[in-house]
Every structure is written in C-alpha cells, then in structure tokens.
Design a protein. Structure first.
Ligand code: UDP
Length: 235
C-alpha cells in the first residue's frame, strides 16, 4: 500500500445515494466494504463526514435563520451521519470509534488527538464528527485539520466525480481531467477542490489531496495502492 494512514473525507450528500435526503443504507454498506478492504491490508483509516444530506448552516441562514444556530444544526447532522457510518462499519466487522468536536459524551468520545492516534495504531477506524466544532467552517476544513493533527499521509476526498477537471464535467462534456495538479495551479485556474480555508490549510502543511470517485466499488483500494485513478493535488 502506498499510504499507511489516510484521512477519508466523505460528503453528507454522498450518503444519500439516489435519494433526495437522508441516508441510503445500501450506499453506507458499500462504503463499509470498501473501507474493510483497505483496513484488512493494514491501512489506518480516519474519516471526516459531512452533513449536507441533512442540514447546512448557509441554507438555514438563507431562510432567515441565525447562521450560528444553523451551523450548530449542521454540526449535529455530521454526528448523525457519523453514527450511521459507525453502525455500517461495525456490521462489516470493523472496530470503530466516533469522536466529536462538540461534546456529546453519552453518544461518542470527545476528540482527543492522542486517543485518536492510539485507536488508529490499534487498527480501529476513527470517525470524526461535528466538523471543527466551530461555526462558519466546513467539514472540508475539519478534514484537513484532523488529517494534519493525526499526521495522515494524504487526504482522500471521495466524491461522485472521478477527479478535478478544467470545467464542470457534469455540465460540459468537453471538460478535461487533470491526473495531477499543483496547489498553485488550482488557485490560479480558480478550480473548485475544497473551500479556500480548507485548501490553503492543506497547501501550507504540504498535505496532498486526492479527489476520486468513491461511488465505484474498489476505487478506494486502487487509490490507496497508488493507482492514479483520480486527481492528486500536490506541491
Ligand atoms: N459545520 C460547521 N462547522 C464545521 C463543519 C461543519 O458549522 O467545522 C456545519 C455547517 O453548517 C455545514 C454543515 O455543518 O454546512 C455540514 O457540513 P458540510 O457542509 O461541510 O457537509 P458536506 O458538504 O461535506 O456534506
């Protein structure tokens, strides 16, 4: 395996599968199987999960809700997704811990960096819920932050698109995919990989990002093995 410790970022929307809202148990089970394939090979896996399938703070704010209140709801949505993912992983016989950035002690462990790293060393998958614990941030920022903290080798952003293109491939059939691209070029070309806060945090800490299609079973193993199937953002 090319990578020993990875941070996998899954968006909340990815969990919807073909639904319009909520969680598709089949999609979760597929993800769990893919994750099992790599944990069986000794790869240490940490996961940050989004909440966009349930609630986004900006959506609340556009309907007149206080933004911070909405962001708190969004963070709780990521905890709901984290619990669902934990169940799916445990159904696949993967030992798992959920750690949250906001304390919900009866439900999950609080985020403690050293504990998280120890879980990983013991072969447990660690899911980080609650984003960064702060409003006005995204789970992409949480993913980069946690990846740096736990000294992950790479951040794998699993999406429904198979990499980074020069234009939106879902709207433009002539879009061209990059196999690899530098952080600077992403910024110069104005490409959308993550929000700027998350992206620059990754750049400043030399943490490579690989964007790949997580919805194709087997792709996660390919990426972790070093196969160039997505787009790698590097220095
Ligand atoms: N959120 C937040 N702080 C964080 C991470 C998330 O306030 O550190 C809130 C924010 O309202 C966001 C929602 O949680 O809209 C869900 O996260 P995100 O939009 O990143 O989920 P994804 O797009 O990955 O599904």
């Amino acid at each position: 395996m090319k990578y020993k410790r990875i941070l996998l970022k899954l968006s909340g929307e990815a969990l919807m599968g073909n639904r319009q809202y909520g969680i598709d148990p089949e999609r979760l089970a597929e993800y769990a199987q893919d994750i099992k394939t790599i944990t069986d090979k000794g790869v240490q896996v940490a996961i940050v999960i989004g909440g966009g399938n349930i609630f986004r703070g900006v959506a609340g704010a556009s309907n007149g809700m206080d933004r911070v209140q909405g962001d708190h709801m969004g963070m709780l949505a990521t905890v709901i997704n984290g619990l669902a993912l934990q169940s799916a992983l445990e159904d696949a016989q993967i030992p798992t811990r959920l750690q949250t950035a906001i304390k919900i002690n009866e439900v999950a462990e609080p985020f403690i960096r050293r504990k998280a790293m120890r879980h990983l060393e013991k072969g447990r998958v660690v899911i980080f819920g609650g984003g960064t614990g702060n409003p006005y941030f995204t789970t992409d920022s949480a993913a980069v932050l946690r990846a740096i903290e736990i000294e992950a080798d790479v951040i794998l952003k699993g999406t429904r698109v198979d990499g980074i293109y020069n234009t939106d491939p879902e709207k433009d059939s002539s879009a061209i995919k990059f196999n690899s691209i530098s952080f600077d070029d992403v910024l110069k070309k104005g490409l959308k990989v993550m929000d700027t806060t998350a992206f620059t945090l990754s750049q400043e800490n030399n943490l490579p990002i690989i964007v790949f299609d997580m919805n194709k079973p087997g792709n996660l193993l390919k990426v972790v093995s070093g196969e160039a199937i997505g787009t790698e953002v590097n220095i």
